[in-house]
Design a protein. Structure first.
Lengths: 987, 431
């Protein structure tokens, strides 16, 4: 590799501008004239400072002077660019130009790699702030040409690999110089992402939340290192500390990740520049609220080929909309004053760059902002004021065009980089278009030349008859070949004067030479037909964005209403039991009154006659609405939290409220004994992640025991523990260390902040509660004993299918049980699981909840509660509590939700029938006085989906019929998350 | 390896220490059940009914007001409900005990086309999962092999037997085939988009099925030498004595499956799982193709589908005149088979009348499995496979069995689970 770089440099010395102190052995030393003046141009100094009829003077690669009256020094090479426009060359702040992608490491063994491969660096291989791409940089002439052609002058580049990726490099796209000149900054930026390095198989982190926790811990450790508290070398942390002063650029894959990245940055006082994904329009307000600068790609997707209706049926509204809405992203960001640069990142071909910008403009994107997004804003993001503008002193990077750069008809002539010319289209090519009378060999023809610039097209007719011909115009020479009768006539010639007369030599079919000529005739107006064609390309109407932006989304959030439900049967889940023929008033998001004959005042009145009203169902154990569930690459992942990865776009939120569930604990999975922190959310369909999480949310963490954590189903598990015996020791070890950590912390002495220990210390301090996945009696008993030793109480055993065998011990310890109604036989440890479990635990005095652990079951937990009546004969009142007040108690939110009581949140469900009957259906689900589900509205939404889909399919057919490119339909795949789901959802 | 053997041994050991319920003896005295609301399974209801059976066969179905001698044992069931035993189609009961313990699983044989693979001989009549069906009224099931393209041959059994021979109601009732999907999923574990894209191999896959059946047919019409076991097993498909169950999803796939197999001369056709069947209902009626729906307790097929789309499908199909029952194929299917009545109840909550919902798991399932001459409804001459519940058996609150009979035999409603329940409930009581 090194050799190749050296060779490249040797080669460069010969043909490229060499440094002045380099010896010359190829001739005498010469100095090139490097002063140029461009006269009579429209010059964009910046997107908003425009000089008409101005002069641009550059010298030695810098702008020397610019303005209407510039004094041109003698010796300057003057170019008159009258009628042409000069723009600063574009800047792309986000590329991997000239840096080869690292290869994925071949797997040596099939086992999981837990430890880092690198020595002397951070404990995690995916933290690579020490990556300095200068050593791997090799100027990519081919790619540079493409970028120059598109108008770019400078790109920022880095190694796009890893979570913390190292520094960036600022490069001028100057093929006529060496790296010594064109590398403007060897450490321009510092880069991050949520994606692991391909150079290591180290498993941690397997999830988005793991990546977030890892970045946090790295920052903490870098700080500790900077304070000189570590007694070893860590080159990664050292590099991170050095790079902290650079602009920090964070690549994200979707708008949810952008918001997540920003949140991590805010916690450490770092404002990242966020590399977006083009879907920012889906949550503009949240995007704006990040206050971040963005770098936005323009890789618009192709329309689906919907000509086969059976295939078209499979495409979700969400995906159909993407094609329709995406081109308006830039316009919407601009209108909402989000500051952003545009990048070529993610574009399969640079060729589509201008087309896509033009598309965005046709969707309302302001041109001045477009120019800024390509020049001054990326320059500002990179903290470099000498690029992206043509102010005096700036680098002479500029493009000369025939007119408005964003007009499809405009030609880019030249792109000067560092004062060095790159010709894209020859500038002063004569416009020879027009109709000519062609005389050759005593015959007359009509020659018609169309198109300006370097590649005009010609066609020949004789009378009304078209004559087969070839026409070209190159280097001022015209050549025409006629194919008439049986032979070929070849002509070569030139335009001889301003009157556009062509003259030259002709060789006839026999090879005889004579002369030919063509004279231009009066120009005809032909432009009208062209305009007609252009109008076909106008933008399609953009479908409004809903929240979330998929079927059943809300266009606006439901209003908080004052609602009076009259004459309804109320299941209070309180000691009052069932109240028949009762009224209930919901006001300001709370239950305001319960009683008979309540006054309506201004309330919306609902007749509840024959209907049942209950508190919203609380699911103690759910895995919906999350982008990842397990961080299973370590035996403890106490540092991760589901709160980081709540996904408000999951359709299961809507499906759950359609079944009366209003609150859920989104638990980490059960891949490891000490799992991650929970998110306790309200299923406010359409809200963003932050607003779904409970205010002052109780702190929970998932623990897990048994088959999953000991990797029973893996044939090559190597992670400690592999037995229940090991689980006890592992948990004991962690709590022992947490206790020591907490003691040190409380002593006031300096300590290395450890996010895992912080979380575990919260448990010891009774500030965080454990919900522990458990099955068999031995392990249940064990964990209670471990907790006793450390003087805290296990809050909840979840699953707890053998809870009935130790129900007395559970009651004594004070732990609750959150169980399945009737699941069993799916693995060995549930061999003795019985559906009577809930009833036995309940009778023994344990607080019992019925949970789902399943996105389907969580939409009919009322039926699961009813099974406790069938199995074990619980009373209906007690049965109903297992999905309302009992889980609320277990989650420490029973002061807010879980029962119908004055002062509690107005989270209620209106049923058409006895709520535990198999025949019960939800009519309305209300959360904090807002109707989030209404079966009548649902019926309308179904129709709306159908209508909108057919509109979009129409547009796509239109696109295809008019020659637009299309792609094969696809059906959205999804993953059903359970406890043991290890994979990561794509968004 | 040693470990595995030990755990298998341990499994057997535990399995043997808690003995299964002993199958009931043959009916020796006549039984009369009086006063209950009888749900006949064919849509009819008799309030205050009288049902009598002898020698395992129903001898009387009528009103309790009828003046007819009540021979033998009289069961007073006033206020209670009587139902024909529920029949679970497309189930795998007894083919596996614990999903995650490979040693206990006999569901899926290797190979692409296995028509000769027979589920019956692997059916474990003493499975603890099987006995847990009975307290919920599930008394019969079609035991179906899974996997491959042609999975094998199913048999229908009753769920109170000493061994598989005793259990069999209809031996080798059908051959099961998995129709290829026209979509293929991105391999997300390799970082591909998990989305489903049209499968370029769909045409080839279809062609392979055609070829296989054509070869079978020509073999069966030849002198059959040398013997070909898989082809021999397919004889019944062509002479109409055996059904072909095609497990298929998608409008396009269902249409292809029916057209192709009908053209191949398959006489009795049933489709199972059948997502998208509502779009081709006319064709199903025309070709008399029965439908075994998936359990309704699953998520809708796609994001834009109505939340209740898996609940309303039965009503849509039955309104179109299609014969519909409920199958069990899917996650944790064996353990969930006991929820069969509640699946029917869910269909009733979303459109069907309760009696039509009941029909799905009694008369219709019997018809689709080809056992309707002997079971499926409460009719004179049919087998006395029925049960009494204190309330509506399709609703979990009131599905409480007091008596159940299979072929007239009064079966036990105790299970491994009820025993543990009693043992531990008593443990705390005695304290």
């Amino acid at each position: 590799m090194k050799k190749r770089i050296l060779l490249l440099f040797v080669f460069a010395v010969h043909v490229l501008t060499a440094q002045e102190y380099f010896p010359t052995d190829s001739g005498v030393k010469t100095t090139k004239n490097s002063t140029y003046a461009f006269k009579n141009a429209t010059i964009y100094v910046t997107p908003t400072t425009i000089i008409k009829n101005g002069t641009l003077l550059i010298k030695e690669g810098k702008v020397v002077s610019i303005g209407k009256s510039v004094k041109i020094p003698s010796g300057a090479i003057i170019t008159d660019v009258k009628g042409k426009t000069i723009y600063p060359s574009f800047v792309d702040a986000y590329t991997n130009f000239g840096i080869q992608k690292p290869k994925r490491t071949a797997s040596r063994s099939r086992g999981t790699q837990y430890t880092a491969s690198r020595e002397g660096y951070y404990w995690n291989d995916h933290i690579r702030p020490d990556t300095n791409p200068i050593k791997d940089f090799s100027f990519d002439t081919k790619k540079a040409k493409e970028l120059i052609k598109a108008g770019f002058g400078v790109v920022n580049t880095h190694q796009q690999d890893g979570i913390i990726r190292g520094n960036g490099l600022l490069v001028a796209l100057n093929p006529n110089a060496t790296n010594a000149y064109r590398i403007l900054d060897t450490k321009s930026t510092h880069h991050l992402s949520f994606t692991k390095s391909v150079q290591s198989r180290q498993a941690y982190p397997t999830s988005r939340m793991g990546a977030m926790a890892l970045i946090r811990q790295t920052y903490l450790d870098a700080d500790w290192y900077a304070k000189g508290k570590m007694n070893h070398k860590d080159l990664a942390l050292e590099a991170l500390n050095t790079n902290q002063s650079l602009p920090q650029i964070f690549e994200t894959n979707n708008h949810l990740d952008a918001i997540r990245a920003d949140k991590v940055g805010d916690e450490f006082g770092i404002q990242y520049t966020l590399v977006g994904s083009g879907d920012e329009y889906e949550r503009l307000q949240d995007i704006k609220a990040t206050n971040a600068n963005f770098i936005i790609p323009v890789n618009f997707s192709k329309a689906y080929d919907v000509s086969n209706p059976l295939l078209a049926k499979q495409i979700s509204l969400r995906d159909l909309r993407k094609w329709n809405q995406e081109p308006s992203n830039l316009a919407m960001l601009a209108k909402n004053d989000v500051n952003f640069a545009i990048t070529t990142h993610k574009l399969k071909s640079i060729k589509s760059f201008h087309k896509n910008i033009q598309k965005a403009i046709s969707y309302g994107f302001n041109q001045t902002k477009a120019l800024a997004a390509l020049t001054t804003i990326p320059a500002a993001i990179l903290g470099n004021s000498s690029i992206g503008n043509l102010k005096e002193g700036s680098i002479a990077n500029f493009i000369i065009t025939s007119g408005n750069i964003f007009d499809a008809k405009t030609t880019i002539y030249e792109n000067w980089v560092q004062g060095s010319k790159n010709v894209i289209t020859a500038m002063n090519v004569k416009d020879i278009s027009g109709d000519y009378m062609l005389s050759v060999n005593n015959q007359n023809y009509q020659l018609s030349v169309t198109g300006s610039g370097s590649n005009p097209k010609g066609s020949v007719k004789q009378g009304d008859q078209k004559v087969k011909s070839k026409f070209s115009f190159k280097d001022d020479w015209i050549s025409i070949t006629l194919n008439k009768d049986s032979g070929y006539t070849r002509m070569i010639g030139k335009i001889i004067n301003d009157a556009n007369v062509m003259e030259g030599t002709v060789f006839d079919t026999q090879g005889n030479e004579s002369s030919w000529s063509a004279s231009k005739q009066v120009a005809k107006q032909q432009k009208k037909t062209k305009k007609g064609k252009a109008s076909k390309k106008t933008a399609f109407p953009v479908m409004p964005v809903s929240y979330p932006n998929s079927g059943f989304g809300n266009y606006k959030q439901p209003e908080q209403e004052t609602i009076l439900i009259k004459n309804v049967t109320i299941w209070t889940s309180e000691k009052e039991g069932i109240l028949e023929n009762t009224d209930i008033l919901l006001k300001e998001g709370k239950i305001a009154e319960i009683g008979k004959n309540l006054k309506a005042r201004k309330a919306v009145v609902i007749d509840g006659t024959g209907k049942h009203l209950t508190a919203g169902i609380v699911d103690e154990h759910s895995h919906i609405a999350a982008s990842s569930i397990n961080e299973g690459a370590q035996n403890s992942s106490a540092e991760v939290t589901i709160e980081d990865v709540v996904d408000p776009t999951d359709i299961n939120i809507y499906r759950n409220i359609s079944g009366g569930t209003t609150t859920a604990q989104i638990l980490h999975g059960s891949a490891n004994p000490i799992g991650g922190q929970s998110a306790i959310i309200k299923l406010k369909w359409g809200e963003n992640a932050e607003n779904m999480i409970y205010e002052n949310t109780p702190k929970f963490i998932k623990f897990a025991l048994g088959e999953n954590v000991k990797q029973s189903r893996s044939s090559n598990g190597t992670r400690f523990p592999q037995t229940r015996m090991g689980v006890e020791q592992m948990i004991t070890d962690y709590f022992t260390r947490a206790k020591e950590y907490d003691a040190l912390k409380k002593s006031g002495q300096p300590y290395r902040k450890d996010l895992e220990m912080e979380t575990l210390a919260e448990i010891l301090n009774k500030e965080r509660f454990i919900s522990c996945h458990s099955y068999v009696q031995s392990e249940i008993n064990m964990l209670m004993k471990v907790a006793d030793k450390f003087d805290f109480t296990i809050n909840t055993f979840t699953h707890i299918l053998e809870g009935y065998k130790v129900a007395d011990k559970m009651a004594e310890h004070g732990v609750g049980g959150s169980t399945f109604s009737d699941w069993w036989a799916y693995k060995y440890e549930v061999n003795d699981a019985i559906p009577y479990n809930a009833s036995i635990m309940h009778n023994a005095g344990v607080t019992v909840a019925i949970n789902s652990d399943d996105r389907e079951m969580s939409r009919r937990l009322n039926q699961e509660a009813a099974k406790t009546v069938k199995y074990g004969g619980m009373s209906e009142l007690d049965a109903w509590k297992t999905v309302t007040i009992n889980p609320a108690k277990l989650l420490h939110i029973d002061d807010k939700v879980g029962s119908i009581k004055v002062g509690k949140h107005a989270d209620v469900v209106l049923w058409n029938n006895h709520p535990m009957s198999i025949y019960a259906k939800v009519e309305k689900t209300i959360i904090e006085g807002r109707v989030y589900f209404d079966y009548k509205v649902d019926a309308k939404k179904r129709l709306a989906i159908k209508e909108e889909k057919s509109k979009l399919i129409d547009m796509m057919l239109n696109e295809k019929m008019n020659g637009g490119k299309t792609k094969v339909p696809m059906k959205r795949g999804d993953i059903n998350f359970h406890c043991d789901t290890l994979e990561e959802l794509k968004n | 390896m040693k470990k595995i053997i030990y755990s298998v041994l341990a499994l057997f050991f535990i399995g043997n220490t808690i003995a299964q319920q002993t199958p009931a003896d043959k009916q020796t005295t006549p039984i009369a059940i009086e006063g209950a609301t009888a749900h006949l399974g064919n849509g009819k209801v008799i309030e205050n009914s009288l049902i009598m059976f002898n020698d395992g066969k129903i001898t009387f179905v009528g009103s309790a007001t009828s003046k007819i001698a009540r021979n033998g044992t009289l069961i007073k069931a006033t206020g209670k409900h009587i139902y024909p035993g529920f029949i679970a189609a497309n189930a795998t009961l007894g083919l596996a005990e614990i999903d995650a313990v490979k040693a206990s699983v006999d569901v899926d044989e290797i190979g692409i086309n296995n028509p000769h693979i027979r589920s019956l001989i692997a059916y474990n009549a003493e499975s603890k999962v099987v006995e847990s069906m009975r307290p919920n009224g599930v008394l019969m099931a079609q035991i179906t092999p899974r996997g491959g393209t042609i999975s094998g041959t199913s048999s229908v059994v009753q769920l109170d037997a000493w061994n598989w021979e005793d259990a069999a109601i209809k031996v080798d009732d059908a051959i099961h085939m998995n129709w290829p999907s026209s979509f293929t999923r991105g391999r997300w574990w390799l970082g591909e988009d998990p989305a489903l894209k049209p499968d370029a191999n769909y045409g080839i896959n279809k062609e392979n099925i055609k070829t296989y059946f054509t070869n079978a047919k020509s073999y069966l019409e030849s002198n059959r030498k040398p013997k070909n076991l898989p082809f021999e097993a397919m004889n019944g498909l062509f002479n109409g004595s055996q059904r072909l169950f095609i497990h298929v999803n998608g409008q396009k796939e269902i249409t292809d499956a029916i057209t192709i197999t009908k053209n191949l001369g398959i006489k009795n056709l049933v489709i199972a799982n059948a997502e998208g069947a509502e779009s081709v209902a006319k064709m199903l009626v025309e070709h008399k193709v029965g439908v075994v729906l998936q359990r309704p307790h699953r998520n809708p097929n796609s994001e834009d589908d109505a939340y209740d789309s898996t609940y309303t499908i039965a009503k849509t199909l039955m309104d179109s005149g299609v014969t519909v029952t409920i199958g069990m194929e899917g996650q944790m299917e064996r353990m969930n088979t006991r929820n069969l009545p509640f699946y029917a109840g869910t269909f009733a909550a979303h459109g069907l009348t309760k009696e039509d919902a009941l029909k799905m798991i009694t008369a219709n399932s019997a018809k689709i499995l080809g056992i309707d001459t002997s079971v499926g409804t409460l009719e004179v001459g049919k087998e006395a496979t029925l049960f009494i519940s204190t309330g509506d058996a399709l609703d979990m609150r009131s599905n409480q069995l007091t008596n159940a009979f299979i072929q007239g035999r009064a079966i036990s409603l105790e299970t491994h689970q009820t025993k543990l329940w009693k043992r531990y409930a008593n443990k705390y009581k005695s304290k």
